[in-house]
Design a protein. Structure first.
Length: 558
């Protein structure tokens, strides 16, 4: 076996190390990522993907991609395709090991027949209400079904009739015969098959009975030769049932289920059901809305796979649930983009500046660094002329004490260019500022010999060369750390009304006209932006991926 890469240890890796030491699985490490294709994957799934595929990589093992497609009413091919794309985008590959639980429907049916023959499963004809009533409570034992002691022959006959479509939905279920008095309610004769006369996205109408997840999960793992079945913490209580099916069928070389804490991220929800609500009720534009925590949404917003993998490594693997601050995810993103995103200048809210003492017909080329973190990215030329645009926020007619940008009579440096001084403020008939008249000091060209210094430096674009674009300023979707904390309140009450601001008249450097969807840039002083896939030749749309700093930290201190 190849030596593992240097990765921080955790309790899961400790278990695997011990299994390798004792040769428990014949020196094999085989994991799987088993999503249900009933929605798009989110950042929580990304943690699981990185964990399962990462362990397989580091131990020179294998990781399968397996779709848990046992509920045909909620599953779609669209979700399958999106999951494949997300896993690949994160940098992982399953080679030829993409499977479906539906691949094993016949084997799972045959296993169920064996359980019936061994007296370990029976057909229950109770109604849904009766099943619920007989289940008991945490403090009271359940009641045995009146159908629990049907003969093996009758159970086999009924199960075959269920498979052949002779009964309607809800009339019969197949249940495991375990222990109705067990303190673990999942062991109180759980349902393992139910009737669902619904077309399946892969098997069509071949089957009208479908296995439950708790039954399909361990057996699919066993069929695929999985050694370590890594699940999130809510499946800890399911582990005795996972083991029971494997033992009841006398299967050798059994996989081991190991649970870890799922990712809970502040200002975010991780429920696919609630995310679907947001989509269906129009609170967001779709699963890939850049405000969504879905992998497709993060990708469209401008997140990089490297930043998400680094984030997963940073938060590590824990045994108990906790709320992870979204600031850590944003930090991982900034850290990656800072190294790789080229710098450019854009003005979101333009204010015209006329440099009155600059020659009318003159144009100069200024030299700008593309990325100070990576000199190999080179430099670019910026055109400078008499008319430029600056940000409206970079001018105050009556500046406050700590304002060091442009104001009447005050000087400021234009980045990569000259120091200018505001001489006159032009307003329209309503008193709105329409343009500034400034003068420049020709001795203060950036990179020149002038020793003159000013406190403020601002960005700008040339009026002649700049092109128009649309900027979408995305922010956190919720205003509270845990939108689902209070079960009495609708999580949608906490949606941030300022989670999206659209600016239609921003101006950008002309070279950005060549940018392609997905290209990422740092708009100097404004944040990191990504070209939206919906951009066209006529309209470039830039999504703000993340601000340069955590602006929420300032808000919360006030």
């Amino acid at each position: 076996m190849e030596e593992k890469t240097a990765t921080p240890s955790n309790f899961i890796r400790d278990i695997i190390d011990e299994d390798l030491r004792t040769n428990k699985h014949n020196q094999k490490v085989h994991t799987r990522f088993p999503p249900e294709p009933n929605g798009y994957l989110h950042i929580g799934h990304a943690k699981s993907i990185c964990l399962n595929f990462g362990i397989a990589r580091d131990y020179n093992g294998l990781c399968n991609l397996r779709f848990d497609d046992t509920n045909p009413e909620k599953e779609e091919v669209e979700y399958v395709e999106s999951i494949e794309e997300d896993v690949r985008w994160l940098g992982f590959d399953w080679d030829n090991r993409m499977f479906y639980a539906s691949d094993y429907f016949q084997q799972l049916y045959d296993f169920a027949v064996k359980l019936i023959k061994d007296g370990k499963a029976y057909i229950d004809s109770s109604t849904a209400d009766e099943l619920k009533e007989h289940r008991g409570t945490i403090t009271e034992s359940g009641k045995e079904s009146p159908y629990r002691n049907r003969s093996v022959e009758e159970n086999l006959e009924l199960f075959l009739a269920m498979k052949d479509g002779k009964f309607e939905d809800g009339t019969h279920t197949l249940r495991a015969k375990i222990d109705m008095s067990s303190p673990n309610m999942l062991l109180r004769d759980p349902v393992i098959y139910r009737i669902k006369k619904a077309d399946h996205h892969r098997t069509g109408d071949k089957w009208c009975i479908y296995p439950m997840y708790d039954y399909a999960h361990p057996l699919s793992d066993w069929i695929e030769g999985i050694t370590h079945s890594i699940c999130t913490l809510e499946f800890e209580v399911h582990r005795p049932l996972y083991d029971w099916f494997l033992e009841a069928l006398n299967l050798e070389n059994r996989p081991q289920q190991i649970e870890f804490a799922r990712l809970n991220l502040s200002y975010t929800i991780m429920s696919k059901r609630k995310l679907l609500e947001l989509v269906q009720e129009g609170y967001v534009s779709g699963w890939d809305d850049p405000r969504m925590p879905t992998i497709s949404g993060l990708r469209r917003r401008g997140y990089t796979p490297e930043s998400i993998r680094n984030f997963a490594d940073r938060i590590g693997v824990a045994k108990r649930d906790a709320l992870t601050d979204v600031v850590l995810l944003e930090y991982s993103l900034r850290e990656d983009l800072n190294k790789h995103a080229p710098r450019t200048m854009a003005v979101l809210n333009p204010l015209k500046v006329i440099i009155t003492n600059y020659p009318n017909d003159k144009t100069e080329e200024m030299e700008a660094v593309n990325n100070p973190e990576d000199i190999s990215m080179g430099k670019r030329k910026l055109s400078f002329s008499k008319e430029i645009y600056i940000e409206q926020d970079d001018f105050q007619e009556v500046p406050h004490k700590k304002f060091h940008r442009l104001s009447p009579g005050n000087e400021v440096r234009l980045k990569y260019a000259y120091i200018i001084k505001c001489e006159n403020v032009i307003k329209d008939e309503k008193g709105n500022i329409t343009e500034l008249h400034c003068t420049y000091d020709p001795e203060t060209r950036s990179g020149g010999s002038s020793m003159k210094k000013v406190k403020g430096t601002i960005h700008w674009v040339s009026a002649k060369q700049a092109i128009k674009a649309e900027a979408r300023l995305y922010d956190r979707l919720f205003t509270v750390e845990d939108p689902s904390a209070d079960p009495e309140k609708d999580f949608k009450e906490f949606i941030n009304p300022d989670s999206l601001k659209i600016i239609t008249d921003c101006l950008i450097e002309p070279e950005l006209a060549m940018a392609k969807p997905g290209d990422k840039f740092q708009f100097e002083r404004l944040g990191y932006f990504c070209v939206d896939p919906l951009s066209t030749e006529k309209l470039l749309v830039f999504n703000r991926t993340v601000t340069l700093r955590d602006s929420w930290a300032k808000i919360e201190k006030k």
